[in-house]
Ligand binder design. Sequence first.
Ligand code: NAP
Length: 248
Amino acid sequence: MKEVILITGSSRGIGAATALLAARQGYAVCINYVRDAQAAEALCARIVAGGGEAIAVQADVGDEADVERLFGEVDARLGTLTALVNNVGVLEQKCRLAEISVQRLERVLRTNVISYFLCCQQAVRRMSMANGGQGGRIVNVSSVAARIGSPGEYIDYAASKGAVDTLTLGLAKEVAAEGIRVNGVRPGIIYTAIHASGGEPGRVARLASGVPMQRGGEPEEIADAILYLLGPGASYVTGSILDVAGGR
Ligand code: NAP
């Protein structure tokens, strides 16, 4: 059976590493981005040049109409979706809770939580054996922040990841008998550009010595965990949330 995967927010960082690994494992890949068409198209071209199948689709996954269009493109251009990775995630300038505006809360929760719900709805509709689908797998990318709470940095972001973990647990049980496995990955501190959004591009290097393994993680190390959870080696795993955080 052809494996078709959609990875939200995959023009760079953990999403891009996951797209490359999935393509190497034979998945036809839909790369999603919101702004950086150049990065997404370059990644797509790299996969195709390596003999893989990929498309890049612009869509703001916090917007319901965009999500419907995104899944429609996957149906039309790649075929039946078999795997979804909800990977998109944003954080904003570090601050204390008292300084978080309602507008910021709405932005963070829309991108980090509502998008996961919208994409899960579309995926389950297609995958569920109760609807005549062939089953499938979903991985939701959370964060160790859900356990730590990120005080003085971004409690809004941490709380959004707590919601992602609860979504994973609930949905896994809801669709387990319909041929769909749902799991989560909680990365620790990983070398990507997300930390610049918080105002500290060098954050991983600063915190690395406090990680039990004494280093930050690479996006490829998260991609390995995601592909494991999607793959046949995890055939009896659902509702699990795997920490990939060097012991943090
Ligand atoms: P990143 O490097 O900042 O990349 C974010 C990606 O999301 C980009 O491809 C960006 O597209 C896309 N994006 C942002 N808003 C979007 C929207 N509304 N619709 C569609 N795409 C959107 O992030 P990352 O560090 O790889 O993080 C990936 C996931 O891992 C996130 O869920 C994050 O919370 C989680 N995580 C990361 C770390 C870490 O230390 N890096 C730790 C724990 C958890 P454009 O290029 O078009 O802007």
